[in-house]
Ligand binder design. Structure first.
Ligand SMILES: NC(=O)c1ccc[n+]([C@@H]2O[C@H](COP(=O)([O-])OP(=O)(O)OC[C@H]3O[C@@H](n4cnc5c(N)ncnc54)[C@H](O)[C@@H]3O)[C@@H](O)[C@H]2O)c1
Ligand SMILES: C[C@@H](CO)CCC[C@@H](C)[C@H]1CC[C@H]2[C@@H]3[C@H](O)C=C4C[C@@H](O)CC[C@]4(C)[C@H]3CC[C@]12C
Length: 369
Protein backbone atom coordinates (compact mmCIF):
# COMPACT_ATOMS: atom_id res chain seq x y z
CA UNK A 1 0.00 0.00 0.00
CA UNK A 2 1.30 3.48 -0.91
CA UNK A 3 3.02 5.55 1.74
CA UNK A 4 0.63 7.99 3.48
CA UNK A 5 0.54 10.61 0.75
CA UNK A 6 -0.48 14.25 1.01
CA UNK A 7 -2.75 13.69 -1.95
CA UNK A 8 -5.57 11.15 -1.33
CA UNK A 9 -4.44 8.10 -3.24
CA UNK A 10 -5.88 4.98 -1.60
CA UNK A 11 -8.69 2.75 -2.81
CA UNK A 12 -10.72 0.84 -0.22
CA UNK A 13 -13.35 -1.80 -0.83
CA UNK A 14 -16.05 -2.56 1.75
CA UNK A 15 -18.07 -5.70 1.05
CA UNK A 16 -21.48 -5.66 2.73
CA UNK A 17 -21.14 -1.88 2.86
CA UNK A 18 -24.91 -1.34 2.85
CA UNK A 19 -25.55 -3.44 5.94
CA UNK A 20 -26.01 -2.38 9.56
CA UNK A 21 -22.27 -2.40 10.34
CA UNK A 22 -21.19 -1.78 6.75
CA UNK A 23 -22.97 1.57 6.53
CA UNK A 24 -21.24 2.79 9.69
CA UNK A 25 -17.87 1.65 8.32
CA UNK A 26 -18.49 3.44 5.00
CA UNK A 27 -19.51 6.68 6.68
CA UNK A 28 -16.65 6.47 9.20
CA UNK A 29 -14.11 5.96 6.39
CA UNK A 30 -15.39 9.03 4.55
CA UNK A 31 -15.18 11.07 7.75
CA UNK A 32 -11.89 9.78 9.14
CA UNK A 33 -9.65 8.37 6.42
CA UNK A 34 -8.06 11.39 4.67
CA UNK A 35 -5.95 9.20 2.35
CA UNK A 36 -9.00 7.84 0.52
CA UNK A 37 -9.28 8.59 -3.20
CA UNK A 38 -11.96 5.98 -3.93
CA UNK A 39 -14.33 4.02 -1.70
CA UNK A 40 -15.95 1.02 -3.32
CA UNK A 41 -19.15 -0.22 -1.68
CA UNK A 42 -19.95 -3.80 -2.73
CA UNK A 43 -23.26 -5.30 -1.71
CA UNK A 44 -25.97 -7.66 -2.92
CA UNK A 45 -28.50 -4.94 -2.13
CA UNK A 46 -27.39 -1.33 -2.70
CA UNK A 47 -29.06 1.29 -0.50
CA UNK A 48 -30.48 4.62 -1.71
CA UNK A 49 -28.44 6.58 0.89
CA UNK A 50 -25.30 5.78 -1.15
CA UNK A 51 -26.31 8.47 -3.64
CA UNK A 52 -25.92 11.23 -1.04
CA UNK A 53 -22.31 10.13 -0.45
CA UNK A 54 -21.31 10.74 -4.06
CA UNK A 55 -21.21 14.51 -3.67
CA UNK A 56 -18.07 14.55 -1.52
CA UNK A 57 -14.36 14.69 -2.44
CA UNK A 58 -13.94 10.92 -2.29
CA UNK A 59 -15.14 8.91 -5.27
CA UNK A 60 -17.81 6.54 -3.91
CA UNK A 61 -18.33 3.63 -6.28
CA UNK A 62 -21.44 1.54 -5.63
CA UNK A 63 -21.04 -2.03 -6.89
CA UNK A 64 -24.03 -4.35 -6.86
CA UNK A 65 -22.58 -7.82 -6.57
CA UNK A 66 -22.60 -11.21 -4.89
CA UNK A 67 -19.62 -12.49 -2.90
CA UNK A 68 -20.52 -16.02 -3.97
CA UNK A 69 -19.66 -15.01 -7.55
CA UNK A 70 -15.85 -15.08 -7.76
CA UNK A 71 -15.66 -13.01 -10.92
CA UNK A 72 -17.78 -10.23 -9.43
CA UNK A 73 -15.59 -10.16 -6.34
CA UNK A 74 -12.38 -10.11 -8.39
CA UNK A 75 -13.65 -7.19 -10.48
CA UNK A 76 -14.49 -5.22 -7.33
CA UNK A 77 -11.19 -6.01 -5.59
CA UNK A 78 -8.90 -5.26 -8.57
CA UNK A 79 -6.91 -2.09 -7.90
CA UNK A 80 -7.91 -1.72 -4.25
CA UNK A 81 -5.31 -1.24 -1.52
CA UNK A 82 -7.49 -2.50 1.38
CA UNK A 83 -10.48 -4.81 1.51
CA UNK A 84 -12.82 -4.73 4.52
CA UNK A 85 -14.92 -7.86 4.18
CA UNK A 86 -18.06 -7.51 6.25
CA UNK A 87 -20.63 -9.01 3.84
CA UNK A 88 -22.35 -12.03 5.26
CA UNK A 89 -25.59 -13.73 6.18
CA UNK A 90 -26.17 -12.98 9.85
CA UNK A 91 -28.88 -15.54 10.34
CA UNK A 92 -29.69 -17.37 13.58
CA UNK A 93 -33.43 -17.28 12.96
CA UNK A 94 -33.70 -19.85 10.17
CA UNK A 95 -34.24 -17.37 7.33
CA UNK A 96 -31.62 -19.02 5.10
CA UNK A 97 -30.67 -22.65 4.62
CA UNK A 98 -27.42 -23.95 6.13
CA UNK A 99 -26.11 -24.40 2.60
CA UNK A 100 -26.80 -20.77 1.73
CA UNK A 101 -25.18 -19.54 4.93
CA UNK A 102 -22.09 -21.61 4.15
CA UNK A 103 -22.03 -20.48 0.54
CA UNK A 104 -22.16 -16.80 1.44
CA UNK A 105 -20.09 -16.73 4.61
CA UNK A 106 -17.44 -19.33 3.78
CA UNK A 107 -17.23 -19.59 -0.01
CA UNK A 108 -17.81 -15.85 -0.26
CA UNK A 109 -14.86 -15.23 2.04
CA UNK A 110 -12.71 -17.66 0.05
CA UNK A 111 -13.63 -15.70 -3.08
CA UNK A 112 -12.48 -12.47 -1.41
CA UNK A 113 -9.16 -14.03 -0.38
CA UNK A 114 -8.53 -15.42 -3.85
CA UNK A 115 -9.45 -12.09 -5.42
CA UNK A 116 -6.83 -10.37 -3.24
CA UNK A 117 -4.22 -12.95 -4.29
CA UNK A 118 -5.07 -12.69 -7.98
CA UNK A 119 -5.22 -8.90 -8.17
CA UNK A 120 -2.35 -8.05 -5.82
CA UNK A 121 -4.36 -6.45 -3.00
CA UNK A 122 -2.27 -6.81 0.14
CA UNK A 123 -4.51 -5.90 3.07
CA UNK A 124 -7.66 -7.78 4.12
CA UNK A 125 -9.69 -7.13 7.26
CA UNK A 126 -12.44 -9.65 8.04
CA UNK A 127 -15.45 -8.99 10.24
CA UNK A 128 -15.62 -12.17 12.25
CA UNK A 129 -17.72 -12.62 15.38
CA UNK A 130 -17.65 -13.53 19.05
CA UNK A 131 -19.56 -16.63 18.00
CA UNK A 132 -16.39 -18.08 16.52
CA UNK A 133 -15.53 -18.65 20.19
CA UNK A 134 -18.93 -19.14 21.76
CA UNK A 135 -21.20 -19.65 23.52
CA UNK A 136 -20.55 -23.31 22.75
CA UNK A 137 -23.18 -26.03 22.45
CA UNK A 138 -22.44 -27.08 26.05
CA UNK A 139 -23.50 -23.67 27.39
CA UNK A 140 -20.14 -22.99 29.02
CA UNK A 141 -19.94 -19.37 30.21
CA UNK A 142 -17.20 -17.12 28.83
CA UNK A 143 -16.75 -14.60 31.62
CA UNK A 144 -14.68 -11.47 30.96
CA UNK A 145 -12.46 -13.54 28.63
CA UNK A 146 -9.90 -12.32 26.10
CA UNK A 147 -8.32 -13.48 22.84
CA UNK A 148 -6.08 -15.92 24.74
CA UNK A 149 -8.65 -17.33 27.17
CA UNK A 150 -8.94 -21.12 26.79
CA UNK A 151 -12.48 -22.09 25.79
CA UNK A 152 -13.91 -25.18 24.12
CA UNK A 153 -15.35 -23.69 20.91
CA UNK A 154 -17.89 -26.33 19.83
CA UNK A 155 -20.57 -25.28 17.36
CA UNK A 156 -23.42 -27.01 15.54
CA UNK A 157 -25.44 -24.05 14.30
CA UNK A 158 -24.71 -23.08 10.66
CA UNK A 159 -23.99 -19.42 11.44
CA UNK A 160 -21.21 -19.78 14.05
CA UNK A 161 -19.80 -22.71 12.08
CA UNK A 162 -19.58 -20.53 8.97
CA UNK A 163 -17.95 -17.65 10.84
CA UNK A 164 -15.37 -19.97 12.38
CA UNK A 165 -14.50 -21.52 9.01
CA UNK A 166 -14.30 -18.14 7.30
CA UNK A 167 -12.10 -16.67 10.02
CA UNK A 168 -9.78 -19.65 9.76
CA UNK A 169 -9.48 -19.15 5.98
CA UNK A 170 -8.61 -15.48 6.48
CA UNK A 171 -5.99 -16.09 9.16
CA UNK A 172 -4.40 -18.97 7.23
CA UNK A 173 -4.10 -16.73 4.17
CA UNK A 174 -1.90 -14.29 6.06
CA UNK A 175 1.61 -14.23 4.55
CA UNK A 176 0.70 -15.91 1.25
CA UNK A 177 2.07 -14.15 -1.81
CA UNK A 178 -0.30 -11.99 -3.80
CA UNK A 179 0.16 -11.24 -7.51
CA UNK A 180 3.36 -9.22 -7.66
CA UNK A 181 5.06 -11.25 -4.94
CA UNK A 182 4.21 -9.19 -1.85
CA UNK A 183 2.67 -10.89 1.19
CA UNK A 184 -1.07 -10.79 1.94
CA UNK A 185 -1.67 -9.27 5.40
CA UNK A 186 -4.92 -10.29 7.06
CA UNK A 187 -6.61 -9.93 10.41
CA UNK A 188 -10.01 -10.70 11.89
CA UNK A 189 -12.14 -8.57 14.18
CA UNK A 190 -14.58 -10.30 16.54
CA UNK A 191 -17.43 -8.02 17.61
CA UNK A 192 -19.66 -9.20 20.43
CA UNK A 193 -23.35 -8.33 20.02
CA UNK A 194 -23.37 -5.06 18.12
CA UNK A 195 -26.02 -2.44 18.92
CA UNK A 196 -26.77 1.04 17.61
CA UNK A 197 -28.52 2.92 14.86
CA UNK A 198 -29.90 0.45 12.32
CA UNK A 199 -29.84 -2.70 14.48
CA UNK A 200 -32.68 -4.89 13.19
CA UNK A 201 -32.97 -7.12 16.29
CA UNK A 202 -33.35 -4.05 18.51
CA UNK A 203 -36.07 -2.85 16.13
CA UNK A 204 -37.78 -6.25 16.44
CA UNK A 205 -37.72 -6.07 20.23
CA UNK A 206 -39.15 -2.57 20.12
CA UNK A 207 -41.96 -3.59 17.79
CA UNK A 208 -42.67 -6.63 19.96
CA UNK A 209 -43.00 -4.34 22.97
CA UNK A 210 -45.34 -2.01 21.11
CA UNK A 211 -47.52 -4.98 20.18
CA UNK A 212 -47.83 -5.90 23.88
CA UNK A 213 -48.91 -2.46 25.05
CA UNK A 214 -45.41 -1.19 25.79
CA UNK A 215 -44.42 -4.27 27.75
CA UNK A 216 -41.69 -6.88 27.32
CA UNK A 217 -41.67 -9.98 29.50
CA UNK A 218 -38.43 -11.14 31.08
CA UNK A 219 -37.27 -14.53 29.85
CA UNK A 220 -33.56 -14.37 30.72
CA UNK A 221 -32.14 -14.16 34.28
CA UNK A 222 -30.60 -10.73 34.97
CA UNK A 223 -27.48 -12.58 36.15
CA UNK A 224 -26.63 -13.79 32.62
CA UNK A 225 -24.15 -11.23 31.27
CA UNK A 226 -23.85 -10.51 27.56
CA UNK A 227 -21.09 -8.35 26.13
CA UNK A 228 -22.34 -5.73 23.68
CA UNK A 229 -20.45 -3.14 21.62
CA UNK A 230 -21.61 0.05 19.94
CA UNK A 231 -21.63 -0.08 16.13
CA UNK A 232 -19.70 3.21 15.86
CA UNK A 233 -16.84 1.78 17.90
CA UNK A 234 -16.81 -1.41 15.80
CA UNK A 235 -16.66 0.74 12.67
CA UNK A 236 -13.85 2.82 14.18
CA UNK A 237 -11.85 -0.32 14.97
CA UNK A 238 -12.15 -1.39 11.32
CA UNK A 239 -10.94 2.01 10.12
CA UNK A 240 -8.01 1.96 12.53
CA UNK A 241 -6.94 -1.57 11.61
CA UNK A 242 -7.09 -0.67 7.91
CA UNK A 243 -4.86 2.35 8.63
CA UNK A 244 -2.29 0.54 10.80
CA UNK A 245 -2.12 -2.88 9.14
CA UNK A 246 0.68 -1.97 6.70
CA UNK A 247 2.99 -0.32 9.24
CA UNK A 248 2.41 -3.02 11.85
CA UNK A 249 2.05 -6.05 9.56
CA UNK A 250 4.49 -8.19 11.53
CA UNK A 251 2.53 -7.64 14.75
CA UNK A 252 -1.05 -7.52 13.46
CA UNK A 253 -0.92 -9.94 10.50
CA UNK A 254 -2.82 -13.16 11.20
CA UNK A 255 -4.23 -11.83 14.48
CA UNK A 256 -7.76 -11.75 15.89
CA UNK A 257 -9.11 -8.87 17.96
CA UNK A 258 -12.31 -8.72 19.99
CA UNK A 259 -14.25 -5.50 19.42
CA UNK A 260 -14.97 -3.84 22.74
CA UNK A 261 -15.87 -0.55 24.40
CA UNK A 262 -17.26 0.69 27.72
CA UNK A 263 -20.79 -0.65 27.19
CA UNK A 264 -21.91 -2.23 30.48
CA UNK A 265 -22.16 -5.97 31.03
CA UNK A 266 -25.85 -6.82 31.42
CA UNK A 267 -28.29 -9.52 30.39
CA UNK A 268 -29.39 -9.19 26.78
CA UNK A 269 -32.85 -8.00 27.79
CA UNK A 270 -31.68 -5.59 30.50
CA UNK A 271 -29.15 -4.11 28.09
CA UNK A 272 -31.83 -3.57 25.46
CA UNK A 273 -33.94 -1.79 28.07
CA UNK A 274 -31.21 0.86 28.40
CA UNK A 275 -32.60 2.10 25.10
CA UNK A 276 -36.16 0.79 25.03
CA UNK A 277 -36.97 2.00 28.57
CA UNK A 278 -36.41 5.69 27.75
CA UNK A 279 -38.59 5.07 24.69
CA UNK A 280 -41.59 4.05 26.77
CA UNK A 281 -41.26 0.26 27.11
CA UNK A 282 -41.24 -1.67 30.40
CA UNK A 283 -39.60 -5.03 31.14
CA UNK A 284 -42.03 -7.01 33.28
CA UNK A 285 -40.55 -9.25 35.97
CA UNK A 286 -37.38 -9.17 38.02
CA UNK A 287 -37.00 -12.91 37.30
CA UNK A 288 -37.97 -14.89 34.20
CA UNK A 289 -41.76 -15.13 34.14
CA UNK A 290 -41.64 -18.67 32.76
CA UNK A 291 -39.57 -21.64 33.93
CA UNK A 292 -36.64 -22.48 31.64
CA UNK A 293 -38.10 -25.84 30.67
CA UNK A 294 -41.24 -24.08 29.38
CA UNK A 295 -39.12 -21.62 27.40
CA UNK A 296 -37.28 -24.58 25.87
CA UNK A 297 -40.62 -26.12 24.96
CA UNK A 298 -41.86 -22.86 23.40
CA UNK A 299 -38.59 -22.42 21.48
CA UNK A 300 -38.84 -25.98 20.22
CA UNK A 301 -42.45 -25.44 19.17
CA UNK A 302 -41.30 -22.34 17.26
CA UNK A 303 -38.70 -24.42 15.46
CA UNK A 304 -41.31 -27.07 14.62
CA UNK A 305 -43.75 -24.43 13.39
CA UNK A 306 -41.00 -22.89 11.24
CA UNK A 307 -40.37 -26.28 9.65
CA UNK A 308 -44.06 -27.04 9.07
CA UNK A 309 -44.86 -23.58 7.68
CA UNK A 310 -41.74 -23.28 5.48
CA UNK A 311 -43.52 -24.39 2.27
CA UNK A 312 -46.10 -21.65 2.84
CA UNK A 313 -44.47 -18.80 4.80
CA UNK A 314 -41.15 -17.97 6.44
CA UNK A 315 -41.84 -17.97 10.21
CA UNK A 316 -38.74 -16.61 12.00
CA UNK A 317 -39.48 -15.64 15.62
CA UNK A 318 -36.80 -14.26 17.92
CA UNK A 319 -37.20 -17.24 20.23
CA UNK A 320 -35.78 -20.53 18.96
CA UNK A 321 -33.63 -23.20 20.63
CA UNK A 322 -30.41 -21.55 19.48
CA UNK A 323 -31.26 -17.97 20.43
CA UNK A 324 -32.58 -19.12 23.80
CA UNK A 325 -29.37 -21.03 24.51
CA UNK A 326 -27.16 -18.11 23.47
CA UNK A 327 -29.21 -15.61 25.43
CA UNK A 328 -28.97 -17.80 28.51
CA UNK A 329 -25.20 -18.19 28.45
CA UNK A 330 -22.87 -15.57 29.85
CA UNK A 331 -20.47 -14.29 27.22
CA UNK A 332 -18.45 -11.19 28.04
CA UNK A 333 -15.00 -10.05 26.97
CA UNK A 334 -12.43 -7.98 28.80
CA UNK A 335 -9.34 -7.23 26.74
CA UNK A 336 -7.01 -4.48 25.61
CA UNK A 337 -5.28 -6.33 22.79
CA UNK A 338 -6.53 -3.87 20.17
CA UNK A 339 -5.19 -0.97 22.22
CA UNK A 340 -1.83 -2.68 22.75
CA UNK A 341 -1.44 -3.67 19.09
CA UNK A 342 -2.74 -0.63 17.21
CA UNK A 343 -3.70 2.02 19.72
CA UNK A 344 -7.47 1.45 19.62
CA UNK A 345 -9.59 3.40 22.06
CA UNK A 346 -13.38 3.59 21.74
CA UNK A 347 -14.40 6.65 19.75
CA UNK A 348 -17.78 6.85 21.48
CA UNK A 349 -18.31 6.73 25.22
CA UNK A 350 -21.08 4.60 26.72
CA UNK A 351 -23.12 7.74 27.29
CA UNK A 352 -22.76 8.84 23.65
CA UNK A 353 -23.47 5.33 22.35
CA UNK A 354 -26.59 5.14 24.51
CA UNK A 355 -27.83 8.60 23.51
CA UNK A 356 -27.36 7.92 19.79
CA UNK A 357 -29.16 4.59 20.01
CA UNK A 358 -32.06 6.04 22.01
CA UNK A 359 -32.39 8.86 19.48
CA UNK A 360 -32.58 6.29 16.69
CA UNK A 361 -35.22 4.18 18.47
CA UNK A 362 -37.29 7.29 19.16
CA UNK A 363 -37.26 8.08 15.44
CA UNK A 364 -38.51 4.60 14.47
CA UNK A 365 -41.89 4.40 12.80
CA UNK A 366 -44.74 3.88 15.24
CA UNK A 367 -42.50 5.07 18.05
CA UNK A 368 -44.30 5.70 21.30
CA UNK A 369 -42.70 9.13 21.16
N1 LIG B 1 -24.81 -7.68 14.13
C1 LIG B 1 -24.00 -8.20 15.05
O1 LIG B 1 -24.30 -8.21 16.24
C2 LIG B 1 -22.68 -8.78 14.63
C3 LIG B 1 -21.81 -9.19 15.65
C4 LIG B 1 -20.58 -9.74 15.29
C5 LIG B 1 -20.23 -9.87 13.96
N2 LIG B 1 -21.09 -9.47 12.99
C6 LIG B 1 -20.66 -9.62 11.60
O2 LIG B 1 -20.66 -8.33 10.99
C7 LIG B 1 -20.95 -8.44 9.60
C8 LIG B 1 -22.07 -7.49 9.25
O3 LIG B 1 -23.17 -7.84 10.05
P1 LIG B 1 -24.48 -6.92 10.09
O4 LIG B 1 -25.07 -7.09 11.45
O5 LIG B 1 -24.14 -5.57 9.60
O6 LIG B 1 -25.43 -7.68 9.05
P2 LIG B 1 -26.32 -7.08 7.87
O7 LIG B 1 -27.15 -8.21 7.41
O8 LIG B 1 -26.96 -5.82 8.29
O9 LIG B 1 -25.22 -6.71 6.76
C9 LIG B 1 -24.67 -7.70 5.93
C10 LIG B 1 -24.56 -7.10 4.54
O10 LIG B 1 -24.00 -8.09 3.68
C11 LIG B 1 -24.75 -8.10 2.48
N3 LIG B 1 -24.71 -9.43 1.85
C12 LIG B 1 -25.31 -10.56 2.28
N4 LIG B 1 -25.08 -11.55 1.41
C13 LIG B 1 -24.29 -11.04 0.42
C14 LIG B 1 -23.72 -11.57 -0.74
N5 LIG B 1 -23.92 -12.85 -1.10
N6 LIG B 1 -22.97 -10.76 -1.52
C15 LIG B 1 -22.78 -9.47 -1.18
N7 LIG B 1 -23.30 -8.89 -0.08
C16 LIG B 1 -24.05 -9.69 0.70
C17 LIG B 1 -26.17 -7.75 2.87
O11 LIG B 1 -26.90 -7.24 1.77
C18 LIG B 1 -25.94 -6.71 3.96
O12 LIG B 1 -25.90 -5.41 3.43
C19 LIG B 1 -21.30 -9.91 9.35
O13 LIG B 1 -20.17 -10.57 8.78
C20 LIG B 1 -21.58 -10.47 10.74
O14 LIG B 1 -21.26 -11.85 10.83
C21 LIG B 1 -22.31 -8.93 13.28
C1 LIG C 1 -35.34 -15.47 24.94
C2 LIG C 1 -35.57 -14.37 23.94
C3 LIG C 1 -36.77 -13.51 24.33
O1 LIG C 1 -36.38 -12.46 25.14
C4 LIG C 1 -34.31 -13.52 23.81
C5 LIG C 1 -33.69 -13.79 22.45
C6 LIG C 1 -32.47 -12.93 22.29
C7 LIG C 1 -31.72 -13.34 21.02
C8 LIG C 1 -32.53 -12.94 19.80
C9 LIG C 1 -30.32 -12.67 21.04
C10 LIG C 1 -29.54 -13.04 22.31
C11 LIG C 1 -28.04 -13.02 21.93
C12 LIG C 1 -28.04 -12.49 20.49
C13 LIG C 1 -26.83 -12.83 19.64
C14 LIG C 1 -25.54 -12.23 20.24
O2 LIG C 1 -25.74 -10.85 20.54
C15 LIG C 1 -24.40 -12.32 19.30
C16 LIG C 1 -24.53 -12.55 17.97
C17 LIG C 1 -23.30 -12.71 17.15
C18 LIG C 1 -23.36 -11.95 15.81
O3 LIG C 1 -22.31 -12.40 14.98
C19 LIG C 1 -24.66 -12.14 15.11
C20 LIG C 1 -25.87 -11.87 16.00
C21 LIG C 1 -25.83 -12.71 17.30
C22 LIG C 1 -25.98 -14.18 16.94
C23 LIG C 1 -27.01 -12.23 18.22
C24 LIG C 1 -28.38 -12.63 17.62
C25 LIG C 1 -29.56 -12.37 18.57
C26 LIG C 1 -29.34 -13.07 19.91
C27 LIG C 1 -29.31 -14.56 19.74
Amino acid sequence: MAEPAQVPSLVYLVTGGCGFLGEHIVRMLLEREPRLRELRVFDLHLSPWLEELKTGPVQVTAIQGDVTQAHEVAAAVAGSHVVIHTAGLVDVFGKASPQTIHRVNVQGTQNVIEACMQTGTQFLIYTSSMEVVGPNVKGHPFYRGNEDTPYEAVHRHPYPCSKALAEQLVLEANGRKVNGGLPLVTCALRPTGIYGEGHQVMRDFYNQGLRFGGRLFRAIPASVEHGRVYVGNVAWMHVLVARELEQRAALMGGQVYFCYDKSPYKSYEDFNMEFLGPCGLRLIGTHPLLPYWLLVLLATLNALLQWLLRPLVLYTPLLNPYTLAVANTTFTVSTNKAQRHFGYKPLFSWEESKARTIQWVQALEGSAW
